[in-house]
Ligand binder design. Structure first.
Ligand code: PLP
Length: 433
């Protein structure tokens, strides 16, 4: 029972510094959020001590009476949060992360070397959706399966559903994956279902980024059309770091989807569940079923739209000129700036953003854009008026980057900013969401 600060002041010190960074700066990474104190308490609880391989009431270890109760509660809340009838949908709450949830889902749906299609990484897709380069298959989803990417329509920068339809007729996938890490618009799940049906293919949505907004009913509902839906729990959903896999019990493609998914998570891909994390997910899902959740999701979107509008009003270019969700993709190429330059400068002034490929980038290694998300700052009660101030900070960061690039040469940028704009160090208390 000796506290961390006494046992290990070194680690405590790192946690303190990171706490200061998170709360003194502006967190604009679209895949991050600030989870609630309640979720963190559950996540940091004694439940981490327990092994419970298997499923509720079918474990390989004794002593799981309360863990069974917890996992059943978490499953129930997951279905409630996404408005799913237990007769039609089931869920596995054990995946350690979004990537392991996706690989388990592929393991459940496909045989080795079966064919899948996902949105290409340079167009906003995720590594786990079959990404490979001309030089290398570096993801498990491309090493163990044959994958072929679909993309965006270069004219509209929206998903090219017609192109996907044509490519699918040649490639004949067994699985189509929709969902993205960097796509600011909503999805046409009915169109995707029709394409998948032509080939008797499964349709899987990875709503890792948008699940908090889907739960709030603020985006189109993938559950209406998909066989399997995966998500992380820590992005717009604002929970601990983990994953969920939802499976349709009445899929016309496979009657045994539930067993296939559960077997794929354990024993195929994972060992014992992280019960402390499952407790954190359960608490998060309770919060996502409260009336305040809808207001939060609406504010996240309103802030993203405001951020987009404010940047456009200052003459900047956005992919698709705006957003339907929590993120905007900012195309810096017309300014002659790279995403990494602006990311570095913003880091030095306490604004956390990430470089991101934008449609038409010559090289994925040198991304021409920035991805911005509003979930975390909205958790700190950012409203539209605050968002305008943030847009102004970003505008100033670009102006400084351009001057430095022109006048001083980019190698001097770091030192210049360190000297000129170093934020004051200080202490900040933990802010409860
Ligand atoms: N799926 C999508 C769409 C993502 O954006 C991410 C992460 O950014 C993942 C899956 C992987 O999640 P994790 O980092 O928890 O493995």
């Amino acid at each position: 029972y000796t506290p961390l600060a006494e046992i290990d002041p070194e680690v405590q010190n790192i946690i303190d510094k990171e706490t200061w960074r998170q709360f003194s700066g502006l967190e604009l990474i679209a895949s991050e959020n600030l989870t609630s104190r309640a979720t963190m308490e559950a996540n940091g609880s004694i439940l981490t001590n327990k092994y419970s391989e298997g499923l509720p009431n079918a474990r390989y270890y004794g002593g799981n009476e309360w863990i069974d109760e917890l996992e059943v509660l978490c499953q129930k809340r997951a279905l409630e949060a996404f408005h799913l009838a237990p007769a039609k949908w089931g869920v596995n709450v054990q995946p350690y992360s979004g990537s392991t949830a996706n690989f388990a889902a592929l393991t459940a749906l496909l045989q080795p070397q079966d064919r899948l299609m996902g949105l290409g990484l340079p167009d906003g897709g995720h590594l786990t959706h079959g990404y490979y380069t001309a030089k290398k298959k570096m993801t498990a989803s491309s090493i163990y399966f044959q994958s072929f990417p679909y993309g965006l329509d270069p004219a509209t920068q929206l998903i090219d559903y017609e192109g996907l339809k044509k490519q699918a007729r040649i490639f004949k996938p067994r699985l189509i994956i929709c969902g993205a890490s960097a796509y600011p618009r909503d999805w046409d799940y009915a169109a995707l279902r029709a394409i998948a049906d032509e080939h008797g293919a499964f349709l899987m949505a990875d709503i890792a980024h948008t699940s908090g907004l889907v739960a709030a009913g603020e985006l189109a509902d993938p559950f209406e059309y998909c066989d399997v839906v995966t998500t992380t729990t820590h992005k717009t959903l604002r929970g601990p770091r983990a994953g969920l896999i939802f499976f349709r019990k009445d899929s016309d493609k496979a009657a045994d989807l539930g067993k296939r998914v559960n077997d794929a998570v354990f024993p195929a891909c994972q060992g014992g569940p992280h019960n402390n994390t499952i407790a954190g997910i359960a608490t998060t899902l309770l919060q996502a079923t409260q009336p305040t959740w809808k207001a939060y999701a609406q504010q996240v979107i309103a802030n993203a739209k405001t951020l987009g509008d404010e940047l456009v009003a200052r003459g900047y270019k956005l992919q698709t000129s705006g957003t339907d969700n929590h993120l905007v993709l900012w195309d810096l190429r017309p300014l002659g700036l790279t995403g990494s330059k602006l990311e570095k400068l913003c880091d030095l002034v306490g604004i956390t953003i990430n470089k991101n490929a934008v449609s038409g980038d010559a090289s994925a290694q040198v991304p021409g854009g920035i991805r911005l998300g509003t979930s975390a700052l909205t958790s700190r009660d950012m409203m539209e008026a605050d968002t305008k101030v943030v847009a102004d900070f970003l505008h100033r960061a670009v102006q400084i980057s351009l001057v430095l690039q022109k006048e001083a040469g980019s190698k001097l940028l770091k030192d210049f900013v360190r000297v000129a704009i170093k934020p004051e160090e200080g202490k900040v208390g933990y802010q409860q969401v």
